[in-house]
Design a protein around this ligand. Structure first.
Ligand SMILES: Nc1nc2c(c(=O)[nH]1)N[C@H]1C(S)=C(S)[C@@H](COP(=O)(O)O)O[C@H]1N2
Ligand SMILES: [Mo]
Length: 440
């Protein structure tokens, strides 16, 4: 961290938290997926209690006494570290956004299977630990190394492939890439990866492996499912709903520049309405947020709050003289590299990296309009075969999906491969049920 970054981090630490305590939204209790509600975007640093959680597996209960970080593969001397060993290395700290590649997936049309995140599978943390390169240098990385494999203590559910991820050697040796044992000044909680996790600032959080226990230096591309199949997106534009040739799919790495309006949500009283929220980016920090209160016809600069940090949330605020009626408001962030949020979202087959400047419909009126009841899934009784789905996860996982028969068919095939006990003779009826109940 250079002197300037250090000062900025220090300044961020002094900003008072402004967000009221908000409950996380449960997308799935088992495995645990929790989303941050909109008012989380009012805080520069996201308190741990408001920080989203995303787990592909059941949360492991790692005991420090049994835990070690193993470092092997293409190194001069394989090493293992206790947490105390790591704490003897030069301490490193930075502020960075952690955002799931799938944040915003629920907004894609045509719809896509997967965790149906809206705005809040993102948060901004202060991470404390060591630089990954300092750890790698102790073991001596041999020439020919190209990437490093990261493995956590979580175990796969059923026959699901183990969650193992690689990052390029370049990213691993970057001075901002780190292994963290603290989040916002406290030891990592169980949900966020106790005792140690990867922090890959500027990259989507699939690379931020939790419960880290092994690093293996490789000289070839790792073939595991979570690199070769999952967390890939097209290297060119595709038409909505199109299938993409696997050879055109590349790993998700950098985040996109993005902003989210926290308030107003759907309604405010006439007068001065403060449009506020947070913006973030990749390794190129946010330099500007523009706001439109006329559906994108005209744009005005918002005020950026605080000093900001390279990888963190930048809060913004705009005083809007709002008259009674229906309005469409938007925010649009730009980073130092000149990248801005698109006005039209490109589609991709996994629903990753959603970052459009997203229209928000707001009613300005003296009293709150009635809230329309949320659409409920059709009340169709479940066949006995549905139990195969509920063995590994709760009904939440299916309830959030709104996908077609062809998509349900593919999900059932994938899950059967991962160990779901779906009998060939009841498979058709199960897919009929899923489609009738949880359709677009
Ligand atoms: N070992 C392990 N690390 C993991 C995951 C996981 O399932 N297992 N989930 C990843 C994904 S997809 C995300 S979005 C982030 C979420 O981090 P958080 O739960 O601390 O917010 O952790 C990443 N690291
Ligand atoms: Mo994720």
């Amino acid at each position: 961290m250079n002197r300037r970054d250090l000062l900025l981090t220090g300044a961020a630490a002094l900003l008072p938290p402004t967000a009221p305590a908000a409950d996380l939204i449960t997308l799935s209790p088992r495995p645990l997926d929790l989303e941050m509600p909109l008012d989380g975007f009012l805080s520069e640093i996201t308190p741990v209690e408001h920080f989203f959680v995303r787990c592909h597996t059941y949360t492991p209960d790692v005991k420090l006494a049994d835990w070690k970080l193993e470092l092997d593969g293409l190194v001069d001397h394989p090493l293992s570290f206790t947490l105390d060993d790591l704490k003897k290395l030069p301490r490193f700290e930075l502020v960075s956004v952690l955002e799931c590649a799938g944040n915003g997936r629920s907004f894609y049309e045509p719809r896509l299977p997967g965790a149906q995140w809206r705005f809040g599978s993102v948060g901004n943390g202060r991470w404390t630990g060591v630089r990954l390169r300092d750890v790698l240098q102790r073991a001596g990385v041999k020439t020919g190394a190209t990437e490093i494999l990261l493995d956590g203590a979580d175990v796969p559910i059923g026959k699901m492939p183990d969650f193992q991820r690689t990052i390029t050697l370049g990213k691993a040796l970057h001075p901002d890439t780190m292994l963290a044992w603290e989040m916002n000044g406290k030891p990592l909680t169980k949900e966020h990866g106790f005792p140690l996790r990867v922090v890959a600032p500027g990259w989507a959080s699939d690379s931020w492996v939790k419960w880290l226990q092994r690093i293996t230096v490789l000289d070839h591309e790792f073939e595991g499912f979570w690199m070769k199949t999952a967390y890939r997106h097209p290297n060119h534009s595709v038409a909505p709903g199109a299938t993409v040739d696997p050879k055109d799919m590349i790993p998700v790495t950098d985040l996109n520049v993005k902003s989210v309006i926290a308030t107003p949500d759907t309604w405010a009283k006439p007068g001065i309405v403060t449009i506020q929220g947070a913006a973030w980016s990749n390794a190129s920090p946010v330099t500007k947020v523009d706001v439109s209160v006329d559906a994108g016809k005209t744009w005005q600069p918002a005020r950026l709050l605080g000093a900001g940090t390279k990888y963190g949330f930048r809060r913004f605020s705009y005083a809007w003289k709002a008259a009674e009626g229906e309005h469409t408001i938007l925010s649009r962030a730009t980073n130092a590299a000149g990248q801005s949020q698109p006005l039209q979202q490109e589609w991709n087959p996994s629903g990753y990296l959603w970052n459009v400047a997203q229209p928000r419909q707001v009613t300005i009126g003296k009293s709150a309009p009635p809230v329309a009841a949320a659409a409920q899934p059709a009340d169709i009784p479940a066949p006995d075969s549905y139990k195969a789905c509920l063995t590994c996860h709760d009904d939440h996982m299916m309830r959030q999906q709104r996908i077609t028969r062809a998509q349900w068919d593919r999900e059932v095939t994938k899950m059967t491969g991962w160990g779901a006990d779906v009998k060939p003779e009841t498979r058709g009826a199960l897919i009929d049920f899923l489609t009738a109940r949880f359709k677009p």
